[in-house]
Write a new protein. Structure first.
Length: 317
């Protein structure tokens, strides 16, 4: 997907734009005038039905929240509340907050890659333990020095502070949209989904398929580090094309990220590797170590706990 599509590709995408509706903009028939929201601290608020979930929050927590739990399910801050429900903020130092940050960072990575290498095609970008990855079809292949450029572009997109908004599309229209942008892998994923409607997330000049939730703005991201590139077959089938998998670390704060990175570096050194960050080894999936070796996972957890403790001491000082 080119940042500045032109010709028939651009026209096709523009014709499809009216096909989506932004979640929360329209009120359904029979919607009540007001709803009651039970808050995590024990309070209760009455707000107009159809209000975004962020309106149920107040005070300092409203500015810190990355998303919300609505009746126990993670949702965007912009999610429309249409019936009585319980709402709790998702904060960066919670398990849900980490997942949300890491998921949004995968989108951030894909956004940066499409800016720098528009010929690359996007596929999937899930959360994994301590970080995230994203798979790309890129014939040239990524080089270690590319990671530095991609990481710098990610930081630029963070500084641009784009709004991240969800759009609901019909499955067929979403397939047509991605095909118009030359994204055949993404179109294939959507075509195979059983749902008649799919969620897309748009930030600036980038759009991706996703269930969500995501951070409200790209400016809420920042403590990430790209590690390396590995090979991965499309859909895990050796008969399918080989993709380029880019791995990254993400923690809530730069201090926690630095501690985790140091822990990983020390562990790899003990294993005989001496990584030169970024790009440990262009064909070694470094984060796979966390699945095979509990010791490095414990090192990450200990580093995170130490960073949280240090942050708490600073706040109390």
């Amino acid at each position: 997907m080119d940042r500045n599509p032109s010709g028939s590709s651009r026209n096709a995408a523009e014709r499809l734009l009216p096909a989506f509706r932004t979640v929360g903009r329209s009120k359904g028939k029979g919607m009540t005038t007001e709803i009651t929201v039970s808050l995590s601290g024990g309070g209760v608020r009455t707000i107009p039905a159809g209000s975004p979930a962020r309106d149920a929050l107040s005070g300092k927590v409203a500015g810190l929240a990355l998303g919300v739990m609505v009746d126990g399910q993670p949702r965007d801050l912009a999610t429309a509340l249409v019936a009585d429900c319980s709402v709790a903020p998702i904060l960066a130092d919670s398990a849900e907050g980490l997942d949300l940050l890491r998921h949004s960072s995968a989108h951030l990575l894909a956004h940066a890659v499409k800016r720098l290498f528009p010929e690359a095609q996007v596929t999937i970008g899930p959360v994994i333990e301590n970080g995230f990855f994203y798979d790309f079809q890129f014939d040239r292949g990524f080089r270690p020095e590319d990671l530095e450029r991609i990481e710098a572009e990610m930081a630029k997109i963070v500084a641009e502070d784009h709004e991240v908004r969800r759009e609901d599309w019909t499955r067929d229209d979403a397939v047509a949209l991605f095909l118009s942008m030359g994204e055949k892998f993404k179109a294939e994923i959507i075509r195979d989904l059983p749902d008649a409607t799919v969620g897309l997330y748009r930030q600036g000049d980038f759009v991706d398929l996703c269930r969500g939730p995501h951070v409200p703005k790209t400016g809420r991201l920042g403590a990430f580090k790209l590690l390396n590139v590995a090979g991965a077959y499309w859909r895990g089938d050796e008969h399918n094309p080989m993709l380029q998998r880019v791995y990254g670390l993400l923690f809530p704060t730069p201090e926690e990220l630095a501690a985790a990175r140091d822990a990983l570096t020390a562990w790899l050194a003990r294993e005989g590797d001496t990584p030169d960050w970024p790009g440990i080894d262009v064909f070694t999936p470094a984060l796979d170590y966390t699945a095979r070796h509990p010791s490095i996972r414990l090192a990450f957890e200990a580093a995170a706990e130490a960073a949280f403790a240090a942050r708490a001491e600073t706040a109390d000082a």
